[in-house]
Design a protein around this ligand. Structure first.
Ligand code: UD1
Ligand code: CA
Length: 509
């Protein structure tokens, strides 16, 4: 059975693939009633290679950065497209890059395993058809190819899977995604003959009547490899000299090959980014999708419009995000937290039931039940143990803080190891930098660091030790020892022997 007869037989009987968002096309009902043939062979996504075209100059962005590396909802567009392909189960992805951006694009696309990601170089930007052909060698051995562009940040894995499923179930030679847009400006228009796609006309080559058509080429194609590569090699340049990938459609139709289309239900997925204005609107659309998914999964967004969560961030149920919260990068937040207003978290790992007010936190870990007050800054490399409390205006960097410790008021703690149940008073500073090198501070469990103490690193304050207000500690303090003064000296135990006499600087030994 050739592709066409299989197509005829199966049109009505097979619905969209699992999880597919596009809908069955109404324009293809012409031969309803034909006796169905046997189902087409189902092939796993492993027999496919994804090809992502990303070598264009992106001149309309007016940027020194390759267009596909501009970020949408916190991720480079190219990474979003490559992740959608992986999400659809494709084993291998080939990214077509310009020679100068090869390494950058490979890194953004996840690099690593060459079996999963390959970069093919397009030396001269001669058009999308030429770019696709550049992937031929790297895509060798796969039976079907899923081609798309690196400037489509909203395409979902389920749409990719849906298109692949349709392509296979119809036994098509070429299947492409379409969308019906209120404003089709900037897209190729789909040309049909008796309901069947017969070509794509690029906007720049279209007459007024064609431009008025609202059915557009959304930029995702599935093709049988055996037909695809010679067909690409045979494409002629368009009148302006570019070789258009879209000319494949007219070619396949003219050869009598089976060409299928698949229409997006949510046309927002077709959003492309050619300009900065389109970048901003793709950003809005993707952020809206992320917010919707969070709310569906049980997260409260008090004010969705001012809550900015990057793609890929994870948030546990019953966490409440108050206005002005930004969760960026690889951040993961546990359940039952209260964050904001006006908190910024980047690459953070946050446990359960934490409360974070208007603070800035980066590349650090908070265990469960941690509190971070307003105007605190947690810089990279910190680990705050369970129930740690940061009050206001505390700055921490590269510091471990043990369970139950408190840093209540404006202070700087850097390159430090702080034990459990330690109290760090107002204005405490670790002087960790001598002008040349950084040094470490160690504070043992249960120590009490009095207000305005300066700990001149490298220095160790033992467990249960005590520094009086205003002490400048330049030498190690033994466990249980009490020091005071500038520079700090050991205090003799006074009458009551306890911490009751924290101002007893006159009792030097
Ligand atoms: C393309 C389609 C258009 C479709 C639209 C959907 C063509 C000819 N036109 O138009 O029908 O409606 O996308 O989004 O394909 N690229 C290369 N090498 C090149 C040229 C481009 O790798 O020589 C890459 C670009 O980096 C980009 C992608 O191909 O990621 C698409 O190129 P772009 O210039 O954005 O195509 P459009 O004109 O938007
Ligand atoms: Ca484009």
């Amino acid at each position: 059975m050739d592709g066409r007869s299989r197509l005829r037989g199966s049109r009505r009987e097979r619905g969209p693939g699992p999880g597919a968002s596009p809908r069955e096309e109404t324009s293809l009902s012409a031969d309803a009633g034909v006796v169905p043939g046997p189902p087409g062979p189902r092939k796993s996504a492993a027999e496919w290679t994804a090809v992502v075209l990303a070598a264009g100059r992106g001149t309309r962005m007016r940027s020194s950065r390759p267009k596909v590396l501009h970020e949408v909802a916190g991720r480079p567009m190219l990474a979003l497209v490559v992740e959608a392909a992986r999400g659809a189960g494709l084993r291998r992805t080939v990214v077509v890059a310009a020679p100068e951006s090869r390494a950058q694009l490979a890194a953004a696309a996840g690099g690593g395993d060459p079996e999963r990601l390959r970069v093919a170089v397009q030396r001269e930007q001669l058009g999308t058809g030429h770019a696709a052909l550049c992937a031929r060698e790297a895509a060798e051995g796969s039976e079907h190819v899923l081609l798309t562009y690196g400037d489509l940040p909203l395409l979902s894995a389920s749409t990719l899977a849906g298109l692949m499923e349709r392509h296979l179930s119809r036994g098509a030679t070429l299947t492409f995604l379409t969308a019906t847009l209120d404003d089709p400006t900037g897209y190729g228009r789909v040309r049909r003959r008796e309901g069947r796609a017969s070509g794509i006309v690029e906007e720049r080559d279209a007459d007024a009547a064609t431009r008025a058509e609202r059915e557009v080429n959304a930029g995702l194609y599935a093709a049988r490899a055996e037909w695809l590569w010679p067909a690409l090699a045979a494409l002629e340049p368009a009148p302006r000299g570019e070789i258009y990938l879209t000319d494949l459609v007219g070619r396949a139709a003219a050869e009598g090959e089976c060409v299928e289309t698949w229409q997006l239900r949510d046309p927002a997925e077709a959003r492309q980014v050619n300009t900065r204005a389109e970048l901003a609107s793709a950003e809005q659309a993707l952020r809206a999708r992320v917010r919707r998914e969070l709310m569906e999964s049980g997260v409260t967004l008090v004010d969705p419009a001012t809550t900015f969560v990057d793609v890929g961030v994870e948030v546990g149920p019953d966490t409440r995000l108050r206005p002005g919260v930004h969760l960026s990068g690889r951040t993961r937040v546990g359940a039952g937290c209260e964050i904001g207003p006006n908190a910024v978290l980047l690459d953070m790992e946050v446990g359960e039931r934490c409360r974070i007010e208007g603070a800035t936190l980066r590349s650090s870990t908070l265990r469960d039940d941690v509190e971070v007050g307003p105007y605190c800054v947690v810089r990279p490399g910190c680990v705050l143990g369970e129930r740690v409390h940061l009050g206001s205006y505390a700055e921490l960097k590269n510091t471990q803080v043990g369970a139950g410790s408190r840093i209540g008021h404006f202070s700087y703690v850097g390159d430090s190891e702080v034990g459990a149940e330690v109290n760090i008073g107002a204005g405490v500073v670790t002087a960790n930098y001598d002008g040349e090198r950084k040094h470490a501070t160690r504070i043992g469990d249960g120590a009490f660091i009095g207000s305005d103490t300066t700990l001149v690193a490298p220095v160790t304050v033992g467990a249960g030790a005590y520094t009086a207000a205003g002490a400048v500690v330049v030498r190690d303090v033994a466990p249980g020892e009490r020091v005071a003064g500038v520079p700090a000296r050991v205090l003799r135990r006074s009458g009551d022997g306890g911490r009751g006499e924290r101002s007893a600087v006159d009792e030097e030994v």
